[in-house]
Design a protein around this ligand. Structure first.
Ligand SMILES: Nc1ncnc2c1ncn2[C@@H]1O[C@H](COP(=O)(O)OP(=O)(O)OP(=O)(O)O)[C@@H](O)[C@H]1O
Length: 557
């Protein structure tokens, strides 16, 4: 089994998670033979799951027992991991619950007082092989897998709070394969993919996919007839004080002052979110978005941004977009340099832009610079955060009222906050003018990848109904919210249920009480507002929409 790969490639898959991202991406999904890891650590949950089914007539079953599966002998001296039988017989794993995730481990319920031999045979019989119903992969790599024994689990795993997409991709990649069975009953390995590209657009009337030329639609939104040259459109001379400020699974974000008209009084602080599209190479563990997949992103961002000037319902709480541009060509050298500077300082998780060829297409979203995200922001005190939360509530309420908007991924990385010297923030809710004290901050909501919205006869949403991975994640209250949303929506992601906004608000209040940074915590005003936040937290889940919550909070009739 070991001759296809060098020893270093057999590092435990859990350990690989600790390695830097480029190596994670090169995990051995197309190797000819795979080791099953059975170390006495969490690797039982992250290691390769592979079996060989002897009887092809059983191939359609969901469960197999060990008798159905072939057992190939292997040279144990070549293996790094402890073989299954040896480990199971030890007392070191005397637990049916994983020490890491608490998942129930089938077959580990033996009693340590039993004799070693009895235990081994009991365990052999009890181990259950589960074939998971994955159907998301686009690339299928056929591999020959053989192993003594393995367990296929869909483990809950801990993710860091905040941005989860890249971590989830890394975990998916590190799991390497999920077995599927072809018509001859042999195993094929599928490389799992993110589901978040599964953006759906449906007409509400007939639920058919919108029939349009997506490339033309994107060009229309960009006011272009064809893609422009990347380096000619964004030369270094057009970008004053440029710096890379952030990155996501889909793009790089650079901040600069837009000095195109050479009038320093009219300089605007903008960010460029640069998203590669339509290319065949994978970026940051994801397939590149297509025109069809990027189009809803543009439409939703523009729609939400336009609410700042809307007649009946208006808010500047959704990030302001100036323009979108479709460019093609090699990544400009001055942006590559900024990318490298960011990487040197922050250890980027994204791929170096050198991977892009000279025909690569990029969609560039020019957004207003909206500050730091909530997880990196230091509030003066809880009075400031309390009123900041009111801005979020009212903004969501206006989104619901205007276009049945649900954000569906409003973790603290997607709320940006910047200082303002304006005393008040203005809103219009159901044609009523409302003013909130800014307390020195203004919020902007970003990232509509999972959002749901109705515009005219069309509804845009992301169908997460089969993204088991996201619903298995743990590590923060944030990951409970995805499960709570699924319950609330009864897994029908097209439907409008503003309660999902309430779920995210309940998460945000929790973060404000116990999570964000405060400068002055020993003041009376801080303590008072922490109590007010706690009171709000008690009541939050009793509302069924942000609109109801806003009505109650602002005593609107
Ligand atoms: N308008 C903005 N102003 C300031 N910073 C921004 C702005 N938009 C994005 N950023 C920064 O860039 C980061 C990535 O942006 P964004 O969340 O839009 O990317 P993404 O690719 O959609 O991320 P994800 O991995 O969640 O898919 C944000 O976390 C934020 O730090």
């Amino acid at each position: 089994m070991m001759d296809e790969a060098s020893q270093t490639e057999w590092i435990d898959s859990f350990d690989k998670l600790l390695n830097i991202r480029p190596q994670l991406r090169e995990l051995n999904i197309i190797k000819n033979a795979v080791r099953v890891s059975f170390n006495i650590d969490s690797s039982v949950e992250t290691s390769i799951k592979a079996i060989e089914i002897k009887d092809s007539s059983k191939a359609q079953q969901n469960y197999f027992d060990s008798a159905d599966c072939s057992r190939k002998t292997y040279d144990q001296n070549n293996l790094i991991s402890t073989p299954c039988t040896k480990r199971l017989a030890s007392e070191l794993f005397n637990c049916r619950l994983s020490p890491i995730t608490g998942i129930k481990l089938e077959g580990f319920e033996f009693n340590t007082t039993k004799k070693k031999k009895e235990m081994e045979s009991e365990v052999k019989n009890k181990i259950r092989f589960e074939i998971l119903p994955y159907n998301v992969g686009r690339d299928i790599h056929e591999i020959n897998i053989s192993c003594e024994k393995s367990i296929v689990l869909l483990p809950p795993f801990a993710l860091q709070p905040g941005k989860w997409r890249k971590s989830l991709n890394s975990l998916r990649t590190s799991r390497l394969i999920e077995p599927t069975i072809n018509k001859w009953g042999t195993i094929k390995a599928r490389q799992s993919r993110s589901q978040v590209n599964g953006r759906m657009s449906v007409r509400l009337t007939d639920l058919n996919e919108i029939d349009c030329d997506h490339q033309q639609e994107v060009l229309k939104h960009c006011d272009q007839f064809k893609p422009l040259s990347f380096h000619a459109t964004y030369p270094s001379t057009r970008m004053t004080n440029p710096v890379k400020v952030g990155e996501g699974a889909y793009g790089e974000v650079f901040r600069c002052t837009n000095s195109s008209n050479n009038n320093s009084e009219h300089n605007v602080d903008i960010v460029l979110k640069i998203i590669p599209i339509e290319g065949s190479i994978e970026i940051n563990g994801e397939k590149q978005k297509t025109f069809a997949e990027i189009l809803p992103e543009i439409i939703i961002t523009k729609k939400m941004s336009s609410l700042q000037a809307n007649a009946i319902n208006s808010t500047a709480g959704f990030v302001n977009i100036h323009k979108t541009t479709l460019v093609s060509g090699k990544y400009p050298q001055h942006l590559v340099k900024l990318w490298e500077q960011y990487d040197a300082k922050n250890n980027s998780e994204n791929e170096h832009p050198r991977v892009f060829g000279d025909k690569q297409l990029f969609l560039v979203l020019e957004l207003e610079f909206a500050g730091n995200d909530m997880s990196n922001f230091t509030f003066t005190n809880a009075a400031q955060s309390y009123f900041m939360l009111q801005q979020i509530i009212l903004t969501l309420a206006i989104g619901e009222e205007e276009c049945q908007f649900e954000h569906r991924d409003l973790h603290w990385g997607n709320v940006l906050i910047k200082d303002t010297d304006k005393k008040d923030i203005y809103f219009k809710f159901k044609n009523k003018d409302l003013t909130l004290p800014s307390k020195g901050v203004k919020i902007s909501i970003i990232d509509y990848t999972l959002s749901r919205i109705t515009i005219g006869q069309s509804c845009y949403f992301n169908d997460l109904s089969s993204d088991e991975d996201l619903f298995s994640a743990t590590g923060d209250y944030q990951y409970d919210i995805y499960r709570m949303m699924r319950n609330e929506l009864k897994n029908n992601w097209a439907s409008f249920s503003p309660k999902t906004n309430i779920l995210w608000l309940s998460y945000l209040v929790a973060k404000l009480i116990n999570g964000v940074k405060y400068k002055y915590v020993n003041t009376k005003i801080h303590k008072q507002h922490i109590e007010m936040l706690k009171e709000l937290q008690k009541n939050m889940l009793s509302f069924d929409s942000a609109a109801r919550c806003a009505n109650n909070m602002l005593k609107l009739t």
